[in-house]
Design a protein around this ligand. Structure first.
Ligand code: 5GP
Ligand code: ZN
Length: 140
């Protein structure tokens, strides 16, 4: 498969590795959005959150927690943005699921978490919730 992150995991493309475990791999982002920006990925290829198994996602998120704590300690981060994109409509560039860990500092000027907020229509929110609930699978 022609997947850049699979190649990184296999050691075919160099990367600055942070964590190498049975199910999860983490490495420094090559174009860091902030100091210490890293990516956590499952070793089993899955394109996005719709494809990955709950077990693999669980392993990824466990590693995200540990890496977030580590980079906070190591670099004295004051906050951490955790970001994960699914699909080109969501600006996902690399089609192998990855969780961004972006260390943050007060007034660092990063705009990743700033969007226009406007009050939602309560009836519309209720209608959407009713539809969504019908599509949530029972816990496996
Ligand atoms: P996204 O798909 O969530 O938009 O972001 C993909 C991320 O992967 C970007 O932050 C980009 O800098 C990073 N990236 C893309 N190619 C490579 C690579 O070859 N090595 C590393 N370390 N990071 C990469
Ligand atoms: Zn892959």
């Amino acid at each position: 498969m022609d997947c850049i992150f699979c190649k990184i995991i296999a050691g075919e493309i160099p990367a600055v590795t942070v964590l190498d475990e049975e199910k999860v791999f983490a490495f420094m982002d090559i174009n860091p959005a902030s100091r210490g920006h890293m990516l956590v990925v499952p070793k089993n290829h899955a394109e996005n959150i719709f494809e990955i198994s709950e077990a693999d996602l669980s392993a990824v998120m466990g590693a995200v927690k540990r890496c977030a704590g580590a980079v906070k300690e190591a670099l004295g981060a004051e906050g951490i943005t955790v970001l994960q994109l699914n699909g080109t409509a969501s600006d996902q560039l690399v089609p192998h699921l990855h969780v961004h860990i972006m260390p943050r500092w007060e007034n660092d000027g990063m705009s990743v978490s700033q969007w226009d907020m406007g009050k939602g229509d309560i009836e519309e929110l209720k209608n959407m919730a009713r539809k969504i609930i019908q599509h949530i699978p029972v816990e496996s």
